[in-house]
Design a protein around this ligand. Structure first.
Ligand SMILES: Nc1nc2c(c(=O)[nH]1)N[C@H]1C(S)=C(S)[C@@H](COP(=O)(O)OP(=O)(O)OC[C@H]3O[C@@H](n4cnc5c(N)ncnc54)[C@H](O)[C@@H]3O)O[C@H]1N2
Ligand code: MOO
Length: 411
């Protein structure tokens, strides 16, 4: 089955989680389920862009260093002040950045363009000398010039990142409609696995896929509800799955999906009518199981090879988790990168090669982070990968200087 066909099957099986209302602060990082419209104009009133003097521009006409204009200072407005002092001809008001422009003023003269009794930049008590003519509108931020009340400032399907959340807060909106973060359980399997750092006997290795998956989920804003390392047999694993089935949105397992005698995940899942074992035409990540357990939880049974698990997460699990959250963008952008040193292509599988990626004035460049001949086990060098080069089947060998599609995952 092609990568696209498997991805389609996965996404078809996923429906977005139910919508809820959340305070903005609790919704950061989540995906909006409804458009957000501004509650107020931004700015909310005409205000000053500079510390200086609010003036009637006409009163400063012709002002210059050689022929300054003197105005009477009749008051002050600072940010937060509600005063609206009336400027008669020849008057000025000290005004601070962000303070409402008096309704009878139409321009601001920055303090640096004025003189008081002493140096330019000093503040005048009673009379200010204006050294430059102000045009109407100078240094004034107009009401609604950024956003007008009722304007859409964020859309359903968009993620609430820092900028968007700040825009929503600024527009006076304190609650948003969002979907929850999916609840996910991680189970890695294998009787050879020991906690990292524990003494190892022959045949035993440090367990790393649980770290990988918990960290990948964390990068996507999801804290797994449980992370287990299992050395169960197939019936023990089935019992373990039954205990969490229906209590989480998705279960991710690694290992035990091959045709081996002890590949317990494949054996346990064979009894699940809603789960299919597939061979995806991808390198690495070929054997997988996917579907829905009887209790309703989605299950992604990924291969145990660490790079295969990471690639499978990127290609299938991450888009599915984003789809669960109603995200309109499921995939990271694929960007062309020029290859520094080439590798052998695959005739019949989509090749996903961990690469180091660097940015140059001529665009991105990439180089294999692993030995391209075989790397599904190469957890060590995979650690330095910053992205994956994605090479469609049948393209042939990839030569230095050619361009490949790349997803950057760690910058
Ligand atoms: N006869 C065949 N053998 C294999 C095939 C095949 O088609 N026919 N496929 C190969 C491919 S491709 C993959 S990928 C693996 C899939 O194997 P499993 O999912 O059953 O994975 P395991 O055998 O459990 O482990 C593979 C490898 O990864 C290490 N591993 C597993 N879990 C962890 C972990 N949590 N932390 C660190 N390392 C882990 C494990 O020790 C093995 O070295 O099958 C091939 N074989
Ligand atoms: O498909 Mo396996 O995941 O190549 O290593």
């Amino acid at each position: 089955m092609s990568v696209d066909a498997h991805l389609r099957a996965v996404l078809d099986a996923v429906t977005a989680l139910p919508v809820e209302t959340a305070p903005l602060g609790a919704a950061i990082g989540r995906v909006l389920a409804a458009d957000v419209v501004a509650g107020i104009d931004l700015p909310l009133w005409d205000n000053s862009a500079m510390d200086g003097y609010a003036v009637r521009a006409v009163d400063t006409a012709g002002a210059s260093e050689g022929a300054p204009v003197r105005l009477a200072v009749i008051g002050e407005v600072a940010a937060g002040h509600g005063d609206d002092p009336q400027l008669s001809p020849g008057a000025a008001v000290r005004i601070m950045t962000g303070a409402p422009l008096p309704s009878s003023a139409d321009a601001v003269v920055p303090v640096e363009q004025t003189r008081a009794e002493g140096e330019p930049g000093d503040w005048a008590e009673h009379r200010v000398t204006v050294l430059r003519a102000a045009q109407p509108g100078a240094h004034v931020r107009r009401r609604g010039e950024d956003v007008v009340a009722g304007e859409r400032i964020a859309s359903a399907g968009e993620q609430l990142g820092a900028r968007r959340a700040a825009a929503i807060a600024a527009a006076g909106v304190s609650e948003v409609r969002v979907r929850p973060r999916p609840s996910v359980a991680v189970i890695t399997t294998g009787s050879e696995l020991r906690s990292s750092g524990a003494p190892l006997e022959r045949g035993q290795i440090p367990e790393s896929n649980s770290v990988l998956l918990a960290a990948l989920l964390a990068e996507d804003g999801i804290e797994p509800v449980s992370v287990a390392v299992s050395d169960d047999d197939a019936s023990g694993l089935a019992a373990r799955l039954a205990r969490i089935d229906g209590r989480v949105d998705a279960v991710i397992t690694t290992g035990g999906v091959g045709p081996g005698l002890h590949d317990v995940v494949r054996i346990a899942l064979a009894a699940e009518p809603g789960v299919r074992a597939v061979r995806v035409a991808v390198k690495p990540g070929q054997p997988q199981c996917f579907g829905r357990l009887r209790g309703g939880s989605l299950i992604f049974a990924l291969p145990g090879n660490p790079v295969s698990a990471a690639v499978s997460y990127e290609l299938f699990v991450r888009p599915a988790l984003r789809h669960l959250q109603g995200a309109s963008r499921l995939h990271r952008p694929r960007v062309p990168a020029t290859v520094d040193s080439g590798w052998r292509g695959s005739a019949d599988r989509t090749q996903v090669l961990p690469v180091r990626v660097r940015s140059t004035p001529d665009g991105l460049r990439c180089a294999p982070a692993v030995e391209p001949r075989g790397y599904s086990h190469a957890v060590g060098r995979h650690g330095a990968a910053e992205g994956y080069a994605i090479v469609e089947p049948g393209r042939g060998d990839v030569a230095a200087g050619e361009t490949v599609e790349t997803v950057v995952v760690a910058w």
